[in-house]
Ligand binder design. Sequence first.
Ligand code: MN
Length: 321
Amino acid sequence: MDREYGEPLAIGDRPVQAPRARPPTARPLSEWTSRPRILVTNDDGIESRGLLSLAQALQPLGEVYVVAPETNQSAVGRQKTFMRPLRVRERTLADGSTGWSVDGSPTDAVSLAFLGYFEVGFDLVASGINYGANLGDDVTYSGTVSAAMEAVINDCPAFAISQEYYEHPDFTLAGRVAHLAAVNILEHGLAPGELININVPAIAADECEGIEVTRMGKRIYQDELIERLDPRGIPYYWIGGPPPSGVAEEGTDFAAVVNGRIAITPIQLDLTARRLLTRLRSWPWALPARPTPPAAVVETPTEAAVDEAVTAQAEPTAERR
Ligand code: MN
């Protein structure tokens, strides 16, 4: 069978059952009794060099499984496929190793793994290395971060790693950071609902100004609606414009990356706005008393209406049984 373009792998007509995450096992790597099992994914697609770089960076740490969308799924966010089936294909990656592609979103890829496709549980999920930073508000669009979120939903620690975009990125520095982050998470663990978002500046390793633990910054989007005409003269649209900028406030992921530092940002799935929670509780939330309905107006039927009703009762049709 052609492994690249052959039949999708059959997994049998059965609900797939398997362990989701392995029980949390955070402890020094020297004390692990078996090699950590690491799921590597992305949103740029199975053929991305960033994905391969991430897998290669983590291979020395454990048993790496690569599963990723078949095509580029950047900015699909938390999209999950429910209305059509998913096809999975075994693939040979550029270094000869094996990976699996899914014709769905990054969330689908991770979901598949945690719902038992590989019939094993995982200790860590790593998503990336994304072509382009995912800073501040970007995480709400990011397929890269969404994939890591899907791991967290399944009680497995995870991190996302992205690199500022330039034409032919060198992922050496990002690979080293990914390795370091993986070791840290495996040794120290993350609490339920937590994940780490990493952004690497587009600079050579020896120009890097170090690593900073940051908070999410504020993005400034410069999107423009570009209207063009198709060959039949019908307008179509692109969301285009220059890449987003941001508010370079000290302590934020954006400021770190702008200043040549790697940003490590802790994020969580609990989106509750704590300050607003307190304020909302001081607002009046008592439902107003139900308004009294207006008295029903009884209309006296006209003679014609009465005749019509009588006729209808006297002549039942086949449909009105
Ligand atoms: Mn992407």
